[in-house]
Write a protein that binds this ligand. Structure first.
Ligand code: HEM
Length: 376
């Protein structure tokens, strides 16, 4: 099924996709030669790439359209980072949960509060603030201008580009300076240390800076928005009415924050019923897979109990699939479930502050407020 050529489909892609999905299409041609697959097998073929039909690609390790360093370096970085992240969280677990409960108790607005929580609590995982204090002011600005929901509508494109330029320069300087120093032996090993330790010695500071920012966005947007969507649905239901892991999985089914994963064919080939040319784009869109009526019953309904009997081979890809699947998938689910569980027993009041969705690479919920109902 081919979507009509209107500007609206780029401004409101979810509406356009919903409309297409209501026809139960075999595929969606979002724009000319860009095919959104709808069945799990085709999605697995594109993401797993068993026949080498696609250029090796991962949004995370993408540096100006090419892949970062060597695959060995990428794997080493992923392993080191996830071990470090788990350790970091375990050491601060109760304090982070308490901060989240406080935030909910204060009746703040979301998703910005989720960005604040992630940024403050995981900052030192990304950058040891003692050793590289000069980065803070730059990263504060990236957070404010790239992620806060109000800024998305008010922050101009050129201002964001300028901020990125400045942060890149500051990051490159930090990578160069740290490289001159002997390997760090202290207890605050951060992502900068991990990237330097796991990459070849001649890896460019520019590429290292770009991968650092992939970590920054994974924590401060993907994780933050996953928490915000989970809270959004809980609050709408008036509280935590189901096991937290079901709530988080169901929130990510309806709103997979990484909702668009395009792949570039390396040669002409057949994908399901599609004849793909090398010049086409095949997009695995978890939003489409998760809401296609052939894949899920009542796909638009938020219904956590569906996870009670879900099998491991359900058509579900919020973390990608195959070689480049997210290293943090289990961590992100556990972490978000821990926080949502902490609201068990509280009556939540939901207030929608905006209807607007911003189709950014990571999709955040529209602005909302949550209050806790007091018994008095
Ligand atoms: C809920 C939060 C998260 C979501 C929804 C998410 C989603 C994804 C997705 C969809 C991919 C596959 C990208 C592709 O194939 O193009 C991916 C890859 C990746 N993610 Fe995440 N991510 C999350 C959190 C994190 C965190 C916290 C980290 C690290 C601290 C992380 C590190 C990575 C890495 C290293 C890869 C690349 C794996 C590879 O290419 O081998 N992610 N993520």
């Amino acid at each position: 099924m081919r979507l009509e050529d209107t500007d609206d489909k780029f401004d409101k892609p979810f509406q356009a996709l919903d409309q297409a999905l209501s026809h139960c299409p075999a595929h969606i041609e979002f724009e000319q030669d860009n095919y959104y697959v709808t069945d799990f097998d085709s999605a697995k073929q594109a993401m797993g790439n068993p026949d080498g039909n696609y250029v090796e690609q991962s949004d995370f390790f993408n540096v100006d359209g090419a892949m970062f360093s060597t695959r060995d370096a990428q794997i080493a970085i992923g392993k080191d980072a996830i071990l470090s992240l788990k350790r970091y969280y375990e050491q601060r677990r109760s304090q982070i949960i308490e901060t989240f409960r406080d935030q909910v108790g204060q009746g703040l607005s979301w998703p910005d509060s989720a960005n604040d929580l992630m940024y403050c609590t995981f900052y030192d995982f990304l950058v040891d603030s003692q050793r590289s204090p000069q980065l803070r002011k730059h990263l504060d600005k990236v957070l404010r201008h790239s992620l806060y929901s109000g800024q998305k509508t008010h922050g101009s494109g050129w201002r964001r580009a300028f901020i990125r330029l400045r942060v890149h320069r500051a990051l490159r300087a930090v990578f160069k300076a740290r490289r001159q120093q002997p390997p760090y032996q202290g207890t605050n090993r951060d992502v900068i240390d991990i990237l330097l330790a796991c990459s070849p010695d001649n890896e460019s500071p520019k590429a290292l800076a770009q991968i650092f920012l992939s970590f920054f966005f994974a924590i401060n947007s993907s994780m933050a928005f996953t928490l915000a969507w989970s809270l959004y649905f809980c609050a709408k239901e008036g509280g935590v009415l189901h096991p937290a892991p079901w709530i988080v999985k169901e929130a990510l089914r309806l709103w997979p924050v990484a909702w668009n994963l395009p792949r570039t064919p390396s040669k002409a080939h057949t994908l399901g019923e599609l004849n793909i040319k090398q010049s086409d784009t095949v997009t695995v869109c978890p939003y489409v897979l998760h809401r296609h009526p052939d894949n899920w019953s009542q796909p638009e309904r938020f219904y956590p109990p569906r996870w009670e009997n879900a099998t491991a081979d359900a058509p579900y890809m919020p973390f990608g699939w195959g070689t480049h699947k997210c290293i943090a998938s289990a961590f992100a689910l556990n972490f978000t479930s821990d926080l949502i569980s902490a609201l068990q027993g509280q009556q939540l009041i939901f207030e929608q502050l905006s209807e607007e969705l911003h189709p950014e690479p990571a999709i955040a919920p529209p602005e909302f407020r949550v209050k806790v109902k007091t018994s008095a």
